[in-house]
Design a protein around this ligand. Structure first.
Ligand code: PRP
Length: 179
């Protein structure tokens, strides 16, 4: 385990089970749809890479970068688009892949944005959900794990852009971010 991690919250084995069961559900639901899988960078990158390999359907992938104004661990609620889709979302079924839903601000913004751009449907698949932190209504359609309000890193999730490469989701030691 990494020295900055206090304990493992979602082990590699658990992550594999989560990914497999989400992939099965998505395969069933999108069986007759040519959807676009859209990852929100950068947090979704590890989860999305694993998830897409398990979905035995034809689909395209694309990425969005959204950023929320604010400092530290609290976001202000104002989100802006930093990088748009390259594939047109008009009349398309879109599955957004995300690492975590926290306040809900990012996904609220991105879902509304894609619908106003003319998407046919927008659904959300998130690895982690922290419902206790919600500031705006946002319910993901596919949730890997509901987690407590702790600072987590790994499997795409960062602190100060580090720890994204850890193969598990772990709780970061307080001493790391309270320095
Ligand atoms: C994180 C995470 C989500 C968002 C969730 O992204 O990846 O996109 O915050 O928070 P919210 O529900 O309060 O909006 P971050 O802006 O840290 O960028 P990253 O994906 O590059 O880590």
């Amino acid at each position: 385990m990494h020295k900055d991690v206090e304990r493992i919250l979602i082990s590699q084995d658990k992550l594999e089970n989560i990914v497999n069961s989400l992939a099965k559900r998505i395969e069933k639901d999108y069986n007759d749809k040519e959807f676009i899988m859209v990852g929100l960078l950068k947090g979704s990158v590890v989860f999305m890479a694993d998830l897409m390999k398990k979905i035995d359907l034809d689909f395209r992938i694309d990425f969005i970068v959204a950023s929320s104004y604010g400092s530290g661990t609290e976001s202000s609620g104002k989100v802006r688009l930093v990088k748009d889709l390259e594939i047109s979302p008009v009349n398309k079924d879109i599955l957004i892949v995300e690492d975590i839903v926290d306040s809900g601000n990012t996904l609220n913004f991105v879902c509304n944005y894609l619908m106003t751009r003319g998407a046919n449907s927008v659904r959300v698949c998130t690895l982690c959900d922290k419902p206790s932190r919600r500031k705006v209504p946002m319910e993901a359609d596919y949730v890997g794990a509901v987690i407590p309000d702790e600072f987590i890193v790994g499997y795409g999730l960062d602190y100060d852009e580090k720890y994204r490469n850890l193969p598990y989701v772990g709780v970061l030691k307080r001493s790391v971010y309270e320095k």
